[in-house]
Design a protein around this ligand. Structure first.
Ligand SMILES: *[C@@H]1O[C@H](CO)[C@@H](O)[C@H](O)[C@H]1NC(C)=O
Ligand SMILES: *[C@@H]1O[C@H](CO)[C@@H](O)[C@H](O)[C@H]1NC(C)=O
Ligand SMILES: *[C@@H]1O[C@H](CO)[C@@H](O)[C@H](O)[C@H]1NC(C)=O
Ligand SMILES: *[C@@H]1O[C@H](CO)[C@@H](O)[C@H](O)[C@H]1NC(C)=O
Ligand SMILES: *[C@@H]1O[C@H](CO)[C@@H](O)[C@H](O)[C@H]1NC(C)=O
Ligand SMILES: *[C@@H]1O[C@H](CO)[C@@H](O)[C@H](O)[C@H]1NC(C)=O
Length: 380
């Protein structure tokens, strides 16, 4: 592409981004968003299916910022998927399991459907259980989410051709997924060696799901990597160390955990390159959640995060405001006055303010590869 073409495109993108984050609903890039994943992406699946409505995620102050009540999202407000939907001019992506609640009207999934579930793993719960690793909140792994998708697809399209047509204008959000396979192991007391040993299987689970979706007609798939988990208050609290050399001096994050997340991301990208070579007609975009989030830890004040970056906004106290027995939403937890001054919401998940900035970084340019932004412009 000529440099002039590029800078015009960059100019267009800036125009679009400026307007998007002030006036949403301007860009008709995709007709729907179909997503899989975990608590970074769940917009209400666990909430609408859990027999236990007293889980801490479902209590105030969750949801206080945008929705003004808990919605089953693990944040004070919107998630990355919500900002992406708004950016694309689409409605917020409805949770699939809401349709199973017969007291509510049957959802229309033509503009999007979300299969992500809080706590979901890339590997099956039965497999993780052989290593005594258990998800505290769900057994609905990526494979089960894909089954749900295949079951509901006939409500959107009936012939293979129709389905390919429908999926070719859908943005598939493949994750984040896989993080809980590691969280459940590491936070559950398993060694990093054990967790590292099944990392290739996590990557394989993601890859095989992508391949199945491509068979069905998926044409654009956005695949996030893992976050810098060494920056999360839950991990900082669990693996607190008096050895200063374990911490990155500029961010306060635990280096060995961030290195592990980066290792996952490298392996994931190698696999994505392989899939791209096999399916050159499909656009597979890597979403660099790791660096999109890490940049906030590197220059917090520049982004308006005046609170302590190692502390959760909402939690049960202690040096990181995280206590696994007094979680955000539980009695005894406290919440900061202004969540937009904090990167982290509840020890594990980001605030809406951080998710908004991460989305901006992803859509604005160099935190997706290839750039999602240029893709949208070319489809206008
Ligand atoms: C179904 O939705 C209603 C209204 O939102 C809610 O009160 C009820 O608990 C839901 N049922 C289940 C099984 O989630
Ligand atoms: C529901 O969740 C709460 C909070 O995690 C827990 O204390 C309670 O035992 C759970 N109830 C059931 C029936 O699982
Ligand atoms: C997951 O499945 C196991 C085995 O069937 C069961 O004991 C456990 O309660 C399930 N966990 C959740 C969160 O549903
Ligand atoms: C596909 O066929 C089923 C059964 O005939 C019908 O219920 C459904 O509405 C159809 N879906 C579409 C998108 O036409
Ligand atoms: C976490 O909270 C419990 C219950 O209030 C308390 O007993 C415990 O000391 C706290 N743990 C830490 C590390 O602060
Ligand atoms: C991404 O953008 C940032 C800020 O605009 C810049 O500092 C950085 O060098 C860019 N990275 C790449 C790989 O282009």
């Amino acid at each position: 592409m000529s440099s002039m073409g590029w800078s015009f495109q960059a100019y267009l993108m800036n125009l679009i981004l400026v307007s998007v984050f002030i006036i949403p609903h301007v860009l008709g890039c995709f007709n729907s968003v179909i997503s899989f994943g975990d608590s970074l992406t769940d917009t209400g699946n666990l909430y609408n299916s859990s027999p236990n409505r007293s889980l801490h995620y479902f209590q105030p102050p969750y949801g206080e910022t945008y929705f003004h009540h808990p919605t089953g999202r693990c944040s004070d407000g919107r998630l990355i998927i919500d900002f992406i939907a708004q950016f694309l001019g689409l409605p917020l992506v409805p949770p699939f399991l809401q349709s199973l609640n017969s007291t509510q009207p049957v959802q229309n999934f033509e503009a999007g459907v979300n299969f992500a579930v809080i706590g979901a793993t890339g590997l099956d719960a039965s497999f993780l259980a052989t290593m005594e690793i258990h998800s505290p909140s769900t057994n609905n792994s990526l494979r089960i989410q894909l089954e749900w998708f295949k079951q509901m697809l006939p409500s959107l399209c009936n012939t293979s051709l129709d389905c390919k047509k429908f999926l070719s204008t859908s943005l598939i959000l493949m994750g984040s997924i896989g993080c809980n396979d590691y969280n459940d192991g590491l936070l559950g007391g398993k060694s990093i060696e054990l967790v590292r040993s099944y990392l290739p299987l996590v990557i394989e689970a993601i890859a095989s799901t992508i391949n199945e979706l491509i068979e069905l007609g998926a044409a654009t798939i956005l695949v996030p990597g893992n976050n810098p988990i060494g920056c999360l208050p839950s991990y900082l609290s669990k693996f607190e160390s008096s050895d200063k050399s374990q911490y990155d001096a500029s961010t306060g994050c635990l280096k060995w955990l961030n290195e592990f997340a980066q290792y996952h991301n490298e392996q994931l990208q190698i696999e994505l390159s392989r899939i791209r070579r096999l399916h050159p007609q499909v656009t597979i975009v890597y979403a660099d959640y790791y660096n999109a989030l890490l940049q906030l830890y590197q220059s917090p004040r520049q982004f308006g995060f005046t609170g302590e970056t190692s502390k959760a906004c909402c939690g049960g106290g202690g040096p990181y405001n995280f206590n696994s027995s007094v979680q955000c939403g539980n009695a005894g937890a406290t919440v900061c006055e202004n969540p937009s001054q904090f990167i982290n919401w509840d020890g594990m998940h980001c605030t809406e303010a951080a998710y908004r900035l991460m989305t901006k970084a992803l859509l604005q340019g160099n935190y997706t590869f290839p750039r999602l932004a240029s893709l949208c412009v070319s489809q206008m």
